[in-house]
Ligand binder design. Sequence first.
Ligand SMILES: [Zn+2]
Length: 293
Amino acid sequence: MRFAIGDATVDIIVDDDNFVLPLSEFLPGADPKLLDAHRGILEPEFVDRARDLARFAIQSFVLRTGGKTLLIDCCIGAHKDIPEIPAWHQRRGSGFLDRLRQTGVDPAEVDMVFCTHLHVDHVGWNTQQDNGRWQPTFPNARYLFGRHELADWMTQHDTGRAPPIHARALEQSVIPIVEAGKADLVDDGHEIGPGLHLAPLPGHTSGQMGLVVNYARDRAIFCGDAIHHPLQIHFGLPHFCAAHPRENQKVINQISHLLGSVCDDVQITPAIFIQGFSPVLVCSFASTASVTN
Ligand SMILES: [Zn+2]
């Protein structure tokens, strides 16, 4: 799928379009009556009520503008150790790089990679195995990591507090990039190019950042996992907040802020909405949302 933001083009490259989580655990405040009343617009893409599942897509965005190619988030990858999620463990043959090439982008032509945050499903294709070592998948790219995000994860990693699934993601998909000298540590407000800058979106992780596109009349934000599911937009908050109790208020504030920006015609582009849920639909969902925060 391709869409435009001003003169920029954006291609969505899917790595896993069938990732599901128990709906009642992931969005514990979900009102079953509301869900049943809106099954017509939620099924089959976004929920499976009969099996109590929320559906997601793990995907990257390829932003091409001004002769530069930027890859936003790097999904799951191949051959990674992720035993907590069997479908992702030591996986191969997902076709991600082939789909990237089909959009006209060879991995060697990627100029920049930006990871909104360093969770396992956002860093995987940063690296691939080569003779038993993790090497950059995009050999000519600079990789942008949030300075605070990386520092926080490294502290958790070095003190043994990082969940194993994310600790291994650091070891396999992030630290090799730093050691290869390919990483640029960036802060809030960092300008990637004309009309492109990074903005803080803490809550989901302490250092998550979004990529803001600001082209005169055309504006957008790639907001990573600040919003997880269309339910959070359509039915309002806090009833559909993800299950992160300690961070919930930050998350609620972030989502409210993002939805508010939609009212100013800023197109929000969450990382893990199903591919068919186009950014245009995000706007129309948000325009009818009842933000109860
Ligand atoms: Zn995440």
